[in-house]
Design a protein around this ligand. Structure first.
Ligand code: GLN
Length: 281
């Protein structure tokens, strides 16, 4: 069996289970098994597969049939300019979250040494992407999940950013020291009772801890805002990801906690996704 035949066969099978992106999914899985890039696979479609490769590939397709996200099957997801290693203990980095990085970079000067904290760092994708672009900055990433911290540290090591950051397994409630110039975060913000309506890929595989934002989807964000007003320097900035439905609620929380709202920005599908504010002290 060659690549084109195996792709046709798997795509036909997978289409019975999944609706979207079946062609792309199979190409990514096969190129991962063959340890080549997708482009390389596509220009060598006549290549014959070894038996071992075929077995591996169909195991991957079986996992995808059960809706396991591609990133968990192959073990990584590309975000901003780098590859981030992931497993089921961390949320898969989303292209929408790149808006957060983009916004942060608008406000973080490139010639100054600034201290940045990332709350609920997960794979570390936000903090590492910012530090990659701002060579003089230092970061601290915290997460309540020990396993997430493990992965974030691994990503930092691969990207050779270990000397400019620290990761801690901690809850923001337990952080009492330090004054930061910036706090960034993609907190869990899905309404508790809406989690059951998320796509199966997300609902069945991604960590609920990283999604569940309580009754209105804003309980973790509210804690974050209250605590950030103490951890940020005066005029320090907070850049957080939100769901568009919560924008007014969160604006009010920020104002009540003495923040000035600088910017509200939208993601690739033009939905409100990020809010930048300043701690007025
Ligand atoms: N954007 C994610 C989703 O829609 C949720 C991320 C979050 O809760 N922080 O699945």
């Amino acid at each position: 069996m060659n690549c084109i035949q195996i792709l046709n066969k798997s795509q036909k099978e997978l289409k019975k289970f999944n609706k979207k992106n079946v062609e792309l999914d199979c190409e990514i899985l096969l190129s991962n098994v063959l340890k080549v890039t997708r482009e390389n696979l596509l220009i060598n479609l006549n290549k014959k597969l070894e038996k071992k490769e075929k077995i591996f590939f169909f195991k991957y397709v079986e996992r995808r049939k059960k809706k396991e996200p591609i990133a968990y099957i192959i073990g990584y997801k590309d975000f901003w300019k780098k590859r981030f290693y992931v497993n089921k203990k961390v949320l898969i980095p989303r292209p929408d979250t790149e808006v957060l990085v983009e916004e942060a970079l608008k406000f973080i000067p490139s010639n100054k040494s600034q201290r940045i904290m990332d709350v609920g760092t997960g794979s570390g994708c936000i903090l590492l992407s910012i530090l990659l672009e701002r060579k003089k900055c230092f970061g601290v990433g915290i997460d309540v999940s020990k396993e997430a911290i493990h992965i974030a540290k691994y990503n930092a090591k691969i990207q050779q950013l270990e000397n400019r950051l620290k990761f801690f397994n901690a809850n923001i409630d337990n952080i009492c020291t330090g004054k930061y110039d910036f706090i960034v975060s993609n907190p869990p913000y899905i309404n508790k009772n809406k989690i059951k309506y998320l796509e199966e890929d997300v609902r069945l595989f991604e960590p609920c801890l990283a999604l569940d934002g309580g009754m209105h989807g804003t309980s973790v964000t509210e804690k974050l805002i209250r605590k950030s007003s103490k951890l940020l320097k005066k005029n320090g900035k907070m850049i957080i990801e939100i769901q568009s439905e919560s924008v007014n609620r969160i604006k009010n929380m920020l104002i009540r906690n003495n923040f000035f709202i600088n910017n509200i920005s939208r993601d690739l599908s033009n939905k409100i996704r990020c809010i930048v504010s300043t701690n007025l002290g």
